[in-house]
Design a protein around this ligand. Sequence first.
Ligand code: FPP
Length: 240
Amino acid sequence: MENTNNVPVHVSIIMDGNGRWAKEKDLDRAAGHIEGVESVRACTEAAVECGVRYLSLYAFSEENWGRPQEEVNALMELMFKSMMEELSNFLSNGIRFMVLGHRERLSDKLNAMIDDCMEKTRMNDRLTLIVFLSYSGKWDILQAAKKFAAEVLSHPEDSEKLMNMDVDGFDRYLVTDGIPDPDLIIRTSGEQRISNYLLWQGAYSELLFSDILWPDFRKQEFRSALQAYSKRDRRYGKVK
Ligand code: FPP
């Protein structure tokens, strides 16, 4: 990257357009998702090359459970297979792998694979690759509020301190505890909405909407997005 001062620490991507990519080519939707995994690989490599420290991907929303069972199964199978195939790659490239979301809804088989990949890569620190699976922003805020309420109830002696908690204090109840908020959120395929993604964490993220369909979003497109980000002027509601 030319402008190394302005490399975002955390880039997050709403990967959209796999179905349309497949339809354009007269293929079934699963073929679009399979090709989408190649974009995941390319963007992960580009993130490492550019010095991005966190790359997160919205792979499956809570709402996506409502898709036809066949497509849900194909996506879950693809996640499993990708993790199995990429683990050695994560290990040799210093990538810490994480899955965040409503994990109780995932199968035991997939959860076991996720636990294995997370455990084996947890000491890596070149890039943290986060896959948001069965995730939604409202779900995250709700589960955080429930955790908070449970803590107040179980520690009445601390309730006053807890009730005085500030915005930063609430961060630790979210599934993203310890992960910096995204500097840049990219959405592919021309759609311009946040779709219940990182609602709390994305409060001050720069948004970049690309017309490119996810299976066509590769290294060059990732680098262009970082270039565009480097020209943004972030003020966080203040005057500079
Ligand atoms: C959105 O396209 C894409 C998804 C819901 C799934 C994305 C998942 C992958 C690419 C697999 C990722 C794998 C790993 C290991 C992270 P869409 O189906 O909504 O496309 P459409 O809007 O054109 O129908």
